[in-house]
Write a protein that binds this ligand. Structure first.
Ligand code: SAH
Ligand code: SF4
Length: 385
């Protein structure tokens, strides 16, 4: 079954229009709608003959994402979407709008001189990694998304964006895509990379506007080092010693911190690109200054070859409460002290502004309450039986 029209390659689209008795240029028109217009709904493809439109929409009636719920938060600057997938499962995507610098001084977020519109997309329904602090992880894994289903989230949010803008100061088109929604992108590598290439080649997003975040799956980091598309890599580290990280990120038992950092070092050596390290700060768990100093010591030696500049950037995320996990956010002063201690090691560090907390759209708060109950499956180390 075709999951999404975005899963069809140009050859398949040509075969499809030929089957309908239409000339080959109709396939190019279809690609124009899918990629340039980011329109996945055949009924809206107005320059295609009516017969082809209805044939396509009948044939693919079961395919594609259906918008099931939409919630706005942060005065309309954050939007959460629940998309129903073919087969009945569901994923969430989040749109975060950032005004141009200086235009909303009351907020602690801003999007540079021209503003920014970032969509946070899911790569799986649920997640099998079981991180103990993450709502998605607690829910378990339901299924992988296809490349087309990942791309279609971006298409759907793009076409919704103009009507959702909270005011004329807000950006009117998508500028960034982050693979930071539900799921572990490197547990679904082919679909993730397929989507990343389509977003670049088809949707015209620059590779630097795309960020893939991983919990630290070493084979995935090695593949990222070899892929020609220079997207940004983010690594969720969350602790600076294995004992603490084991408690938070079960996959640390397969690829402990030393193995993870070795893969990142090789990635930096191969690509000369910076890597961001995400660190969700939890009260009394990983927010003590000893962890901050250790983190600095681990990351300060990561340098860009030749230039010698720091290759690591730490992104601190004050924990977003998720019921039932038993973790809680640190105080503002604990966040400041942790940040200052990391900064003292020379490693660039920033605190991520919390977005979407009021609508459960913030990092780690996404869950498939509307889908099936998931299960946990941990990946095995390379070479393991
Ligand atoms: N699976 C990938 C992509 C998800 S990104 C990964 O883990 O990197 C979501 C980010 O939010 C990750 O860094 C994740 O660890 C973090 N996160 C999860 N739950 C959170 C929470 N409750 N508060 C803050 N950050 C959280
Ligand atoms: Fe999965 Fe990432 Fe959540 Fe861990 S933090 S359970 S890897 S989505």
């Amino acid at each position: 079954m075709t999951r999404s029209l975005y899963d069809l390659d140009p050859g398949q689209l040509e075969a499809l229009v030929a089957e309908a008795g239409e000339p080959p240029y109709r396939a190019r028109q279809l690609v124009h709608w899918l990629d340039d217009r980011r329109q996945p709904d055949p009924r809206a493809m107005t320059n295609l003959p009516r017969s082809l439109r209805s044939r396509l929409s009948e044939r693919f009636a079961e395919a594609g994402l259906a918008l099931d719920q939409h919630q706005a938060g942060d005065d309309g600057w954050t939007h959460k979407f629940l998309f129903r997938l073919p087969g009945g499962d569901a994923v969430e995507s989040v749109l975060m709008l950032y005004p141009p610098a200086g235009s909303r001084p009351e907020d602690d977020w801003e999007g540079g001189p021209r503003g920014r519109a970032t969509v946070c997309i899911s790569s799986q329904a649920g997640c099998a990694m079981g991180c103990t602090f993450c709502a998605t992880g607690q829910f378990g894994f339901t299924r992988h998304l296809s490349a087309g289903e990942i791309v279609e989230q971006v298409a759907r949010v793009s076409t919704l964006l103009p009507e959702l803008r909270p005011g004329p100061g807000a950006p009117d088109h998508l500028t960034n895509v982050v693979f930071m929604g539900m799921g572990e992108p490197f547990a679904n590598q082919d679909a993730t990379w397929g989507a990343a290439y389509r977003l670049h080649q088809g949707f015209g997003l620059s590779a630097r506007a795309i960020t893939i975040s991983t919990v630290g799956l070493v084979p995935g980091i090695r593949r990222a080092a070899a892929e020609p598309l220079p997207v940004n890599l983010a690594v969720s580290i969350h602790a600076a010693d294995d004992a603490t990280r084991d408690l938070l990120v079960p996959v640390n038992r397969t690829w402990p911190i030393a193995a993870l950092l070795e893969a990142v070092r090789d990635y930096v050596a191969a690509t000369r690109r910076r890597v961001s390290f995400e660190y969700a700060l939890m009260d009394g768990v990983n927010d003590d200054l000893d962890q901050a100093r250790k983190l600095g010591r681990l990351l300060a030696p990561l340098r860009i070859p030749r230039s010698g500049g720091h290759a690591a950037h730490v992104n601190l995320i004050p924990y977003n409460p998720t019921p039932g996990t038993g973790f809680s956010p640190p105080s503002k002063s604990a966040v400041r002290r942790f940040r200052d201690t990391v900064a003292a090691s020379g490693v660039p560090v920033s605190v991520r502004a919390n977005r979407g907390v009021g609508i459960d759209a913030a990092c780690g708060q996404l869950r498939t309450t509307a889908g099936r109950t998931g299960r946990r499956v941990l990946p095995l180390a390379e070479g393991a039986p």
